[in-house]
Ligand binder design. Structure first.
Ligand code: UN1
Length: 519
């Protein structure tokens, strides 16, 4: 079945396609269209921001517990449509079905967390330094939030923004990845219908990156966007952050990663191998939390490498509707970029993990490929690149795709230094049985997220999620922490003494006896 999807502004599907049309195709079989996408342009984005602005005051007036109930209904509707949504995600971006179901689960988890927040959204009562005066804090919605998301998690990661932003009383313009437009449009329907959202509270813009940037620029100039949430590449995020800064805004940036995994001499090597396999090659290495480089102690390097190689060779790659470790690349542009990363392999590297390097085809087959003709889709061999050095591009840059570098270390300080060297700071992992190593690693690693004896990927939906350095600007999503992204604190002081009491000046001081000493 082929769908038609378009932008939706103030509850109305946009007519025409000022940004052109595209056909989203299944990356597992490029001959299978998934959706016809009518793209908007900068004007579409700006119009959506105006609609969101017009709806914002009304939405903020809806009591927070009522908004929380809307989130509850959204969660139930997503749950009741979980299989259909997961199937669509698998068809559109090639994520294995079991993972797609997990992704949908992450939306439900997010709704479960925030439905109760509608009855909290706590402020504080704070004592005053003067009598007959009381201090308070309130959380106010920021206003209009513009959310721009990637397509590797086409529904879960958007929900991390949309659900708390709406709960807090903001209205939203959401621009999903255009190559995952059908999944985005499906989530949009589930949220607006499930929540019974008034028109304009959530608006959908389907557009390419440049038109979105232009539309965002003009919306900021018009004053119709108050907050930006962006998940995508570090390069694009830097542009968005710079633009936001011109309007005195701090965007919530969730960018790339070069996530290290340290394997120490005391590590359970079977567990570390399993973790590295899932972290490096799950989702075809296309998570921002995917494993970048294994930093393994030189004493266990050969043994770990042999196990990791064997596990990668044995892993099922193929049809994402089957029980595979990974399927195809998300879309053609990711396959093209991955080919560039493969070009970074150098003669000093030892390449392992599969029967060939590059695209899986009849001429470069993968032993045990799980599916029909691999050439029909964008399937790539897993690549383990041993012997990466600090000045290698493969060591320094994110290589979005099924590629993992391996290097060695002598002492933990060196492992931590290597883990931090690329300058990202999203996720990290250490495999060890030594608690002292766990805490030294936690303290030294620059990452926002640390896994102990676990994969770099697969964070739970209610812990702070986000990174430092090239991975972001320190913003955190998820759980209670994201509330600071979508609300602004307002402090109130209320003096009912009937006179002007001046802070810091009209404050009583009790006279103590500072000279007193015990005998
Ligand atoms: C991403 O790739 O942008 O922690 C998000 C994880 C997932 C989310 C990844 N829960 O791997």
């Amino acid at each position: 079945m082929q769908r038609s999807v378009t932008s939706v502004i103030a509850g109305k599907p946009a007519s025409g396609a000022p940004g052109g049309t595209l056909t989203s195709v299944s990356p597992a079989d490029l001959s299978q269209p998934v959706a016809q996408v009518a793209l908007g342009d900068a004007g579409t984005f700006a119009a959506a921001a105006r609609a969101a602005r017009a709806a914002q005051a009304g939405w903020a007036d809806v009591p927070a517990p009522v908004r929380g109930r809307a989130i509850a209904h959204i969660g139930r509707l997503v749950e009741d449509n979980a299989q259909a949504l997961a199937r669509l995600v698998t068809r559109e971006i090639g994520k294995p079905y079991a993972e797609a179901l997990g992704e949908v689960r992450e939306i439900v988890d997010t709704c479960d967390f925030f439905l109760g927040e509608g009855r909290r959204l706590y402020g504080q009562t704070v004592p005053s330094e003067m009598p007959d005066k009381q201090l308070f804090t309130f959380r106010n919605p920021v206003g209009v939030v513009s959310v721009i998301t990637a397509g590797n998690f086409p529904v879960a990661v958007p929900s991390w923004y949309l659900i708390p932003a709406l709960l807090c009383g903001n209205t939203v313009v959401w621009k999903p990845a255009e190559y995952a437009a059908a999944s985005g449009a499906a989530l949009f329907e589930l949220i607006t219908r499930g929540g019974g959202l008034p028109d304009g509270v959530l608006n959908l813009v389907l557009a390419d990156g440049e038109q979105t940037f232009a539309g965002l620029s003009s919306a900021l100039a018009e004053g119709t966007v108050d907050k930006i949430g962006f998940t995508g590449s570090s390069a694009a995020g830097e542009r968005v952050g710079e633009l936001a800064g011109r309007y005195r805004q701090a965007a919530c940036l969730e960018l790339g990663g070069k996530n290290p995994m340290v394997v120490t001499p005391s590590a359970d090597l079977d567990l570390a191998t399993e973790g590295a396999l899932f972290a490096g090659f799950g989702t075809a290495g296309q998570r921002c939390t995917s494993l970048g480089t294994v930093i393994v102690h030189e004493s266990v390097h050969e043994e770990f490498l042999a196990r990791f190689d064997a596990a990668a060779r044995a892993a099922a790659v193929g049809d994402p509707m089957g029980g595979v470790l990974y399927g195809p690349m998300l879309a053609a542009k990711f396959a093209e970029r991955f080919e560039e990363y493969l070009g970074w392999i150098q003669p000093h590297h030892r390449v392992l993990g599969s029967t060939a390097v590059g695209r899986i085809t009849a001429d470069a087959p993968r032993q045990g490929f799980a599916g029909g003709d691999p050439g029909a889709g964008l399937f790539y061999h897993p690549v383990i690149v041993d012997g990466v050095r600090e000045d290698d591009a493969i060591f320094m840059q994110e290589t979005f795709g099924p590629m993992v570098g391996v290097t060695t270390y002598r002492d933990l300080a060196e492992a931590i230094r290597l883990g931090n060297a690329p300058g990202y700071g999203l996720s990290s992992a250490i495999y060890t049985r030594d608690p002292a190593e766990v805490f030294a690693f936690r303290r030294g690693i620059s990452a926002g997220m640390v896994s102990v004896n676990n994969s770099t990927s697969g964070a739970e939906a209610h812990l702070p999620f986000g990174g430092n350095g090239r991975s972001g600007n320190g913003a955190r999503q998820s759980g209670i922490w994201v509330l600071d992204q979508f609300t602004r604190w307002q402090s109130v002081n209320w003096d009912y003494s009937g006179k002007l009491q001046k802070a810091q000046m009209d404050v009583a001081e009790l006279a103590g006896d500072p000279g007193y000493r015990l005998d």
